[in-house]
Design a protein around this ligand. Structure first.
Ligand code: GDP
Ligand code: MN
Length: 391
């Protein structure tokens, strides 16, 4: 439709020019797919590999790094190798990167996790889930197999790409001086992270970091009369962490006086990290690791839910350390993970070319952004004919 065409012209060549031939002869980046998985996820992994190979990697041949806290068995390995011609490396995660660190009293942490099971919080009572979240938050990029790479693209079991990706997103990010790319942003369940923002905000203050414009993406708009998720009503949810924390033996906490948050409230938004293309050097930077360390020491990876997931950790780190220009929204990627998907064809035309909240916006503009269909629910109406070879 012309309306889409007109708006898109400036932004998304792919929507205007139609199907592109894969640009296979260009330079390659120093990059790999990173896949954390277990043997029992073989089928889901095969589905994901089939999808990314069919829609991208059969032309580009980026290698894969598989990581596991256990050993991959030969059935798993063969299944993967049957579906790609790329180099595949198999990595075992050492106990130092998986599980409880030295400074934690395992029994206290286990008890904290068990309590979450009682409260029927999704995944909360599952110890391995907490280890996974912590590993993806502050460990995977330190794995020896990743040292030689500068970029990674995260892949999970049971995901789907709908559209051919006919250009190299790594090269695209390098040329445009990007650090972190996402395709879906969602709101976290409040009970999973009652304290996360207080700590992230404390880190920002303790290091005298001023926002480069991205931090605001994670703030509740002041003029909204919304539920006081992080406020006094929920103080009970926050207090136990401090108590639990001293028991853990961590206690290297920064200023966590809620009064010092200068009225800022987390809006629960985060980049959904099951898809991620990012620069490993950023994750390896001192700033990022200081951030992780501080969050880690708070005990939140064990004493609070089903994550402090790596998604809000990566997102709030980006908010504290990066600017809007460092972020890329891959809104031309068709992508699905479990119940949430983003399809370029789903976005109503007036919204299609916008880069929600990544534009430097007025408050009025921000209000519209909130209503934006920047991530599309599977039930959202579909308009076909937009995007490149979507199927
Ligand atoms: P969800 O997307 O939040 O529901 O979490 P997933 O169950 O998909 O886990 C996220 C990623 O971590 C997936 O790639 C899983 O295969 C992987 N993963 C989760 N738990 C474990 C674990 O205990 N061991 C290993 N090796 N991988 C895990
Ligand atoms: Mn998943």
């Amino acid at each position: 439709p012309t309306s889409i065409r007109k708006i898109s012209e400036k932004h998304d060549k792919v929507f205007v020019t139609g199907c592109l031939e894969p640009q296979v002869h260009g330079p390659r980046a120093n990059a790999a797919f990173v896949v954390l998985a277990r043997n029992q996820e073989m089928e889901g992994i095969v589905q994901s590999i089939k999808s990314i190979e069919r829609h991208f990697n059969r032309w580009f041949h980026y290698p894969y790094v598989f990581l596991n806290d256990g050993e991959f068995n030969s059935t798993f390995k063969e299944a993967v190798l049957n579906h790609t011609s790329s180099l595949v490396e198999w990595g075992k995660i050492s106990p130092e990167m998986w599980g409880f660190p030295d400074w934690v009293d395992d029994a206290v942490a286990k008890e904290g996790i068990a309590k979450q099971g009682d409260a029927a919080i999704m995944y909360g009572g599952m110890e391995s889930y907490h280890h996974m979240c912590r590993f993806y938050s502050g460990m995977f990029y330190k794995h020896e197999l990743l040292q030689k790479y500068e970029w990674y693209w995260r892949l999970e079991p049971e995901i789907k790409y709908f559209c051919d990706i006919t250009y190299d997103p790594f090269i695209h990010m390098i040329r445009n001086k990007k650090t972190y790319g996402f395709v879906i942003a969602v709101k976290e369940l409040v009970e999973t992270v009652p304290n996360i923002f207080r700590y992230a905000s404390a880190y920002k203050r303790a290091n005298n970091l001023t926002s480069k414009g991205l931090w605001e993406m994670f703030l509740e708009r002041p003029e909204t009369e919304s539920e006081d998720l992080m406020g006094e009503k929920n103080i009970k949810k926050r207090l136990p962490l401090e108590l639990a924390n001293s028991k853990l033996g961590a206690n290297t906490l920064p200023d966590i006086d809620p009064e010092a948050m200068e009225g800022e409230k987390y809006n629960m938004c985060h980049f959904w990290s099951n898809f991620e293309i990012a620069n490993l050097n950023w994750l390896r930077s001192k700033e990022y690791n200081d951030f992780f360390e501080m969050m880690d020491r708070s005990g939140g990876f064990w004493m609070e839910r089903a994550s402090w997931g790596d998604a809000p950790i990566h997102s709030l780190a980006a908010g504290a350390l990066l600017g809007v220009d460092d972020i890329h929204y891959f809104r031309d990627f068709g992508y699905r993970h479990t119940t949430i998907q983003h399809c370029p064809a789903n976005a109503p035309d007036r919204q299609l070319p916008r880069i929600p909240y990544l534009e430097k916006t007025t408050l009025d503009e921000k209000k519209r952004i909130e209503e934006d269909d920047y991530w599309a629910h599977p039930d959202a109406p579909r308009e076909n004919g937009v995007g490149c070879r979507c199927r």
